[in-house]
Design a protein around this ligand. Structure first.
Ligand SMILES: CC(C)(COP(=O)(O)OP(=O)(O)OC[C@H]1O[C@@H](n2cnc3c(N)ncnc32)[C@H](O)[C@@H]1OP(=O)(O)O)[C@@H](O)C(=O)NCCC(=O)NCCS
Length: 119
């Protein structure tokens, strides 16, 4: 994953406020062991920054976090969900494919940065 100014606390708080009840954390007792950001733009859903503590991987936490997000998006009538995976993150690619997600080879993402920040 890549961390940007968009991942600073105020920015994440704004994201959560715009997308209430869609993002989740996983806890083992008091310890935070997983998280995922989820939102939508009224048309498509988006997952970002799914992460599970390395000690707790391969025990179904990632799958459950994703399932919670998809269930919430479905309740809101969002019919398609997108996510980005870095091209060198082979483990994540295998994870998403294992969960049945379709890799898109028919499009490219273009980005524009509107400030000098490490956005
Ligand atoms: C990707 C990640 C979130 C997966 O979390 P996890 O809790 O280990 O995943 P789960 O245990 O829920 O796995 C669900 C299924 O995917 C499989 N899976 C998980 N990681 C896999 C991998 N690297 N390769 C192949 N299959 C994998 C599991 O075997 C499991 O299969 P099953 O349900 O048929 O038994 C975790 O590896 C992680 O935090 N990675 C670093 C951060 C990252 O790259 N996030 C993704 C950004 S796009």
């Amino acid at each position: 994953m890549t961390w940007r100014t968009a991942d600073a606390r105020p920015a994440v708080e704004r994201y959560l406020a715009r997308n209430p009840g869609l993002s989740f954390v996983a806890r083992c007792g008091a310890q935070l062991v997983g998280c995922v950001l989820c939102g939508h733009d009224g048309r498509r859903g988006y997952l970002q920054h799914l992460a599970v503590d390395a000690t707790y991987r391969r025990s179904g936490i990632g799958r459950q976090l994703v399932q919670h997000c998809l269930a919430k998006l479905q309740q809101l009538g969002i019919e398609k969900v997108h996510l980005d995976v870095l091209v060198d993150n082979k483990a994540a690619q295998q994870f998403w494919q294992h969960l049945g997600w379709s890799r898109r080879d028919d499009l490219q993402r273009y980005s524009w940065i509107t400030s000098d920040a490490n956005a």
